[in-house]
Design a protein around this ligand. Structure first.
Ligand SMILES: Cc1ncc(CN)c(N)n1
Length: 225
C-alpha cells in the first residue's frame, strides 16, 4: 500500500543487528565443510556423539516449554506446534541411535565435552518456572533455527555434500522443518510484540547467548577441547 511503512518484526530486527554472529553460527566452517564436501569424517562423528547428548537434554527443555505454553500462552495453537516439535525430537533420538551405529560411534561411552555440558546446563536453567514463556519460546526458535539454516545451506544450490551425509542435512534442512521454524518465529514475534521492554531485552540477550553456544558447539567438532 502506498505510503504504508511496514514495521520490522523483533526477530528480523535482531537478525539484522547481530548479523555477524548469526552468520558465524549458521555458516560455520564445520557445516561449510559438509557443503563443499571436504568434511573430515572424524569431525562429523564427534559432532554426532555430542549432539545426541545435547538432544537428550533438549527434550526436557521442550517439555518445560510445553508446560509454559499451556499456562501462559494467549493462543491454543502454540501447544500443538510445540507438541509437534517434541514428536520430531522423539524421531530425532531414534535417528541418532541408528546413525551412530552406522558410523561406529559408541554413544554409551561418548563423554560430553565442556561446551556441550555448559550448553546443556544452560538449557536446564531455562526449564525453571521463573523463565517466562516468551523468553523460552524465543530460545526454542533460535536453537532450532540455527540447525535449519545451517543444514539447509548444505543442500542448497551449488552444494557438494557427500551422499552419505545428505540424510543428516535433510533432517534439519528439509522444507517442513523450515516451515516449523518460521511458525516458531511467528509465535516468538507475536509474544515479543506484546511484551514489556525488559522482557524484550532479556529475550534479545538470550538469542545472543544461544548463537554463542551454537558456535561453541560446532567448534567441538574440531576435537581440540
Ligand atoms: C546443538 C544443537 N542445536 C540445535 C539442534 C536442533 N534441534 C541440535 N540438534 N543441536
Amino acid at each position: 500500500m502506498e505510503g504504508a511503512k511496514k514495521e520490522m518484526l523483533m526477530i528480523e530486527k535482531w537478525l539484522n543487528q547481530h548479523n555477524e554472529l548469526y552468520t558465524t553460527a549458521t555458516r560455520h566452517p564445520f557445516t561449510l565443510s559438509i557443503r563443499d564436501g571436504s568434511v573430515d569424517l572424524s569431525a562429523f562423528k564427534r559432532w554426532l556423539g555430542q549432539d545426541y547428548i545435547f538432544v537428550r537434554a533438549f527434550v526436557p527443555f521442550a517439555a518445560s516449554l510445553l508446560l509454559k505454553a499451556w499456562k501462559e500462552s494467549d493462543d491454543d495453537s502454540d501447544i500443538e506446534v510445540i507438541l509437534g516439535g517434541i514428536a520430531a525430537l522423539n524421531d530425532e533420538v531414534s535417528w541418532f541411535k541408528r546413525e551412530a551405529s552406522k558410523w561406529g560411534v559408541l554413544l554409551s561411552s561418548t563423554v560430553p565435552q565442556k561446551a556441550n555440558l555448559e550448553y546443556c546446563r544452560f538449557l536446564e536453567s531455562l526449564t525453571s518456572p521463573e523463565v517466562e514463556y516468551t523468553i523460552a519460546v524465543t530460545a526454542f526458535w533460535a536453537i532450532e533455527a540455527v540447525y535449519q539454516e545451517s543444514y539447509a545451506h548444505c543442500l542448497a544450490d551449488g552444494s557438494k555434500t557427500p551422499e552419505e551425509l545428505k540424510e543428516t542435512c535433510q533432517r534439519w534442512g528439509n522444507d517442513g522443518f523450515g516451515q516449523y521454524c518460521r511458525t516458531l518465529q511467528n509465535i516468538a514475534n507475536r509474544r515479543l510484540e506484546k511484551s514489556r521492554e525488559d522482557i524484550v531485552s532479556k529475550a534479545e540477550a538470550m538469542v545472543i547467548r544461544i548463537l554463542e553456544y551454537e558456535v561453541e558447539f560446532w567448534n567441538m567438532s574440531r576435537g581440540e577441547t
